[in-house]
Design a protein around this ligand. Sequence first.
Ligand code: ACO
Length: 466
Amino acid sequence: MATKDETKEKASGNGVEPESEGTLSITDSRTGENYEVEITDGTIKTMDLRQIKVKEDDFGMMGYDPAFTNTASCRSAITYIDGDDGVLQHRGIPIEQLCEKSTYLEVAYLLTFGELPTKPQLERWVYDVTHHTFVHEDIKKMYEGYRHDAHPMGMLLASVGALSTFYPEAKQIEDEEERYMAAIRLIAKVPTLAAFAYRHTMGLPYVYPVNDLNYAENFLSMLFRMEFDYEPDPRLAKALDVLFILHADHEQNCSTNAVRAVGSSDVDPYSAVAAGVAALYGPLHGGANEAVLSMLGRIESVDNIPDFLEGVKNREEKLMGFGHRVYKNYDPRARIIKKHVDEVLEITGENPLLDIATELEKRALDDDFFTERKLYPNVDFYSGLIYEALRIPTDMFTVIFAIPRTAGWVSQWMEMTLDPEKKIARPRQIYTGKRDEDYVPIEDRKGPEKITGPPARRPKLIRRGA
Ligand code: ACO
């Protein structure tokens, strides 16, 4: 384990003071005033705009960026992405090298502490994670309370949040040891919670972790073990471990931003990470891998691809697994996954959806609609095919994504917690509503005499025996 000072220095993106690169000169045409705003790291501090006012008692100028498309929300030393060149590096090491030479748990250490571990550091880390994979028996009771058809991602979301009730000491986020314990527990227990969600969906008994299996093997065992001597195929476990490395972190994406925003209130890390799980659930984020498989299933055959692409261009459909806020080139993770799809299918048998995916990608990349908009396959385009080959049901795909992303969430949470610039995340708004209205008594209000349309719906009837 790294020492307190090492951890603090390495975990913080603020190890190096930014140097001034010059100033941005701004002239306010409303007043004719000139302002000089300092430039560091190719950015200006939006707070420096606040001095720009028309009248002395004005609030001052703000930036407007509703989806953070051009706003850096933090300084971070964890993950580097060059979206134009398709580059992804963790702590400076290219993702291609990590996938070839490392393991998921080593990458989790690298993300969290900023350096590759030495042999004893790695042994200790792996030992600690392996020996915290069990969850409290009461968590099982929580799972028993879910409907048989509950979405596993909903179950994971609730159970990660519930971990905070089992480890109330994690609230002491200033305590280095508590932060370490929370990191270990989250990375160790999320696979167990994920596997419990799957077993609940299948109506199967929960399988406890086995400490002499590695991280990916143990997860496969918790999913699929039916008899005592189940042995996960090491080749499939290796492929899963590579997928875990590929999904470990991706800088300030929607779910990481959620973890940082929620964590900025100084809540415990389990609650902050639960926010990340919730954000990942959405079909525009981690839910896309599930959406890709259902899209490929609907396309059904290679012959239907031209019609489908017409539908996309007419905005009736979205090509799921394509496009990315940051990558305007091939997502490097998609390139690596694509290689592994073939290897996995060699072991598990062919999948006709792969032919559809390959042809769909080829045609989209030949089409101006997609190339003009710089829409390329992202990590989710091929990952679902590997999960399916591993016999993982579609609604588990986002859950599998959440397992490795936990290392990213934890490391980003740690970095934020140790950041001297940290403050509670609290954006501003541009208010567009009415002001200074008078309260109108109900009998004087104008509006429809009768409400048309259905009242709030009752819950759907549960289909039993499905
Ligand atoms: N299919 C068809 N058109 C698309 C797609 C797509 N998948 N993605 C973007 N476009 C189009 C938009 O309609 C827009 O066209 P226009 O300029 O003519 O209006 C243009 O490309 C730019 O798209 P934006 O929506 O502005 O891009 P943004 O950065 O906001 O969205 C996102 C990125 C959400 C990933 C988007 O590309 C998308 O919805 N993709 C499909 C879902 C998906 O695969 N998500 C996984 C992302 S990876 C991850 O989260 C792990």
